[in-house]
Design a protein around this ligand. Structure first.
Ligand SMILES: C[S@@+](CC[C@H](N)C(=O)[O-])C[C@H]1O[C@@H](n2cnc3c(N)ncnc32)[C@H](O)[C@@H]1O
Length: 145
């Protein structure tokens, strides 16, 4: 199984980059995990970019109005998605204007991190932290603070 986080926008802020790198590093102790940053672009271009970068993977769109999950259910969602097809699970995060509706509709699943709307870079951090948490849940290992 491999995880790919496909997100609109670059994270240049150093403390946020460091926090993301920390959680990506933790996830990579369990499985390969890539981060793909897409340029912000008009919806038609974003639809193309998301499709190209997630080709062949099981896609999960991050949406405020997506399926509400607790962390154990999120862990099981990753496990199930990883058992499909080629075992590549791609998480999609939109930019300031969100994920193009066509891309979101085409995703295999749509999940929410909260009913609150986060800035997209913060949503990325919460997602990667939750992926790390999911890995510890699936392995029955303690969460390293
Ligand atoms: C600022 S939000 C986009 C808001 C946009 N007006 C919309 O309604 O989609 C940017 C991205 O962060 C992610 N995001 C923000 N808050 C989220 C939440 N509570 N749950 C899941 N994803 C979230 C989504 O992928 C969203 O496309």
């Amino acid at each position: 199984m491999r995880i790919v986080v496909v997100a609109v926008g670059r994270v240049k802020d150093k403390p946020l980059r460091a926090a993301l790198d920390d959680y990506f590093g933790r996830v990579r102790r369990y499985m390969p995990c890539d981060e793909i940053e897409l340029e912000d672009a008009p919806p038609a271009r974003l639809i193309e970019l998301f499709a190209k970068k997630t080709d062949g993977s099981t896609t999960i769109a991050l949406e405020v109005l997506g399926r509400a999950l607790d962390s154990p259910s999120f862990a099981r969602t990753i496990e199930r998605a990883g058992s499909r097809g080629k075992g590549v699970v791609s998480f999609l995060i939109g930019g300031a204007d969100g994920i193009p509706p066509e891309t979101s509709r085409a995703a295999h699943d749509r999940i929410s991190l909260s009913t609150l709307t986060f800035p997209h870079r913060l949503a990325r951090l919460v997602l990667v932290e939750q992926i790390y948490r999911a890995m510890t849940i699936l392995r029955g290992e303690p969460y390293a603070h």
